[in-house]
Design a protein around this ligand. Structure first.
Ligand SMILES: Cc1cc2nc3c(=O)[nH]c(=O)nc-3n(C[C@H](O)[C@H](O)[C@H](O)COP(=O)(O)OP(=O)(O)OC[C@H]3O[C@@H](n4cnc5c(N)ncnc54)[C@H](O)[C@@H]3O)c2cc1C
Length: 460
């Protein structure tokens, strides 16, 4: 328990309502989406940049670790409290500080919910492009810390590509500003790109200037059914090789389709379908049909069973029915999913999917793979029963083999979910010793006492 006199110092800074150490509040902030928990010593709710700077200085004085937190929707333990830490929840810093449509930017505090930024942008014909599936509740600070992305990343990029400037407080208590309000910038080191994706281990982000883009006038979708995984993976390469960049290119493997069928969500999927691509195009009203025609041409090839297009809201919703049922369908296979988020060059996707099939059989664990194929990013879900120790052991061996396979295919551990506490042990497989040493030196510079999110991102 945090000593009452130290809690009183935080309460004097934030007010007693925003420096809490009661059991209920601590229990509420003990977990993120990872199936583990650790009760923090206290939960702090700063409401301004100055309060964040003040609480970091107090934490430094008392040598207290801090666990930053957005909405706790992360699935790699990024916001899982470190033992003995205080959670810093940014939910009270939820103001839009400036909306400047003429310069296509918005300045926000870290607690603003992602979809609210997009909604605001669209009120003036603009769009905030990154679209994580959790956008309705995750917060922009969490997105910045994880470099979150969604289906639109294949055309528009991830969070990192939409950040112009940041304000933050480092673990040493320095108050820093990075980047600029301009879309061109060649001054100083690019600390903005360093802080995005740093998972709360270098600095607490207190303000972000985000780049907005024109909202498309129109969106259309294709649902494309194939006889097998390889046929779908070859179509992905053909699509990514031609000139029209889709605004989504999502893949579901054979096991995903089997799960959807068993769940009863496969209405409308033709017989023999063993892999599906969901493809989107967006842009000017008259240009979208031209894009769809070009995409259809690239998607056609050996193993194609059917292409269906949707141009109206109802048609698009109908095409997405099977994909939307996937998350519930997967839950029926086993209660726990170990969700890997690997990424490989698109030309290696077919090899990855075949290897996943084989390792599922060898380790006798169901593996379901789907995701953002246009970026080569697959969510590989290892479905297990947590109370079956023998099955969990097989799942661990399978997970290790998956990571080694991805390394062999010139891929990476994470496309969008980050490393957190759950994947950091694998980092030396991907990042060589000298590069890791430089990353540790950066951590030491930003956070010399190691108070920011200990036990995350880098291996011990
Ligand atoms: C159903 C579901 C769907 C999802 N879909 C996607 C998806 O499509 N794409 C995707 O990328 N992710 C997805 N995720 C994962 C998750 O939503 C993202 O990682 C998201 O960015 C986390 O945001 P959050 O506000 O919940 O942050 P949290 O989980 O609370 O924290 C995430 C990390 O950010 C750090 N952090 C939070 N705020 C700050 C700050 N102000 N300064 C410094 N560090 C901070 C935390 O310490 C932690 O390391 C999904 C999760 C779920 C449950």
């Amino acid at each position: 328990m945090l000593a009452p006199e130290i809690l009183a110092e935080f309460a004097a800074l934030l007010g007693p309502e925003r420096a809490r150490a009661d059991a209920d509040t601590r229990a509420l902030y003990a977990r993120d989406e990872t199936p583990r928990s650790c009760t923090p010593e206290a939960v702090l709710f700063p409401a301004s940049h100055d309060e964040v700077a003040g609480l970091v200085r107090l934490a430094l004085r008392h040598k207290l670790p801090l666990t930053p937190r957005g909405a706790g929707s992360g699935n790699v333990g990024g916001a899982l409290p470190a033992p003995g830490s205080l959670v810093v929840s940014f939910e009270c810093m939820n103001r839009v500080l400036e909306f400047d449509p003429d310069n296509r930017l918005v300045v926000v505090e870290p607690g603003v919910v992602t979809d609210d930024i997009d909604r605001l942008a669209r009120s003036k014909g603009l769009m905030y492009a990154p679209d994580p599936g959790s956008g309705a509740y995750c917060r922009i600070g969490g997105n910045l810390a994880m470099n979150a992305a969604g289906p639109r990343a294949v055309k528009y990029g991830a969070t990192r590509d939409h950040v112009l400037a940041l304000r933050a407080v480092t673990g040493a208590g320095r108050e820093i500003r990075t980047g600029s309000r301009t879309t061109k910038y060649a001054t100083g080191y690019d600390l903005t790109r360093l802080l995005v994706g740093s998972e709360g281990t270098l600095a607490l982000i207190t303000e972000a200037t985000l780049r907005l883009v024109p909202a498309p006038e129109r969106i259309a979708n294709l649902r494309v059914c194939y006889a097998g995984n390889r046929a779908a993976c070859e179509a992905i390469i053909r699509v990514m090789r031609q000139a029209v960049v889709p605004s989504a290119l999502e893949f579901m493997d054979r096991r995903s389709i089997e799960a959807i069928r068993a769940y009863g969500g496969a209405e409308g999927l033709p017989e023999g379908t063993r892999a599906v691509l969901m493809v989107a195009a967006d842009g000017a009203h008259d240009d979208v049909p031209r894009q769809i025609a070009a995409l259809e041409k690239a998607l056609a090839g050996e193993g194609l069973i059917e292409i269906q297009s949707g141009f109206t809201e109802e048609e698009i919703a109908r095409l997405w029915t099977a994909r939307k049922s996937l998350s519930m369908a997967v839950k029926k296979i086993a209660p726990l999913k170990i969700n890997e988020d690997v990424v490989v060059p698109v030309t290696r996707l077919a090899e990855l999917v075949e290897a996943i099939d084989a390792m599922g059989r060898r380790h006798r664990v169901p593996l379901v793979a789907f995701g953002h194929a246009g970026n080569g990013n697959l969510h590989v879900n290892i479905m297990v029963h947590q109370d079956d120790a023998e099955e969990m052991e097989r799942a661990r061996a399978c997970r290790r083999e998956l990571v080694e396979t991805v390394m062999r295919l010139a891929g990476s551990l994470s496309g969008e979910h980050g490393i957190g506490s759950e994947k950091r042990g694998f980092l030396p497989l991907e990042i060589e010793a000298d590069t890791l040493a430089l990353m540790r030196a950066l951590k030491q510079t930003f956070d010399p006492q190691g108070i920011l999110n200990p036990g995350k991102k880098l291996p011990d």
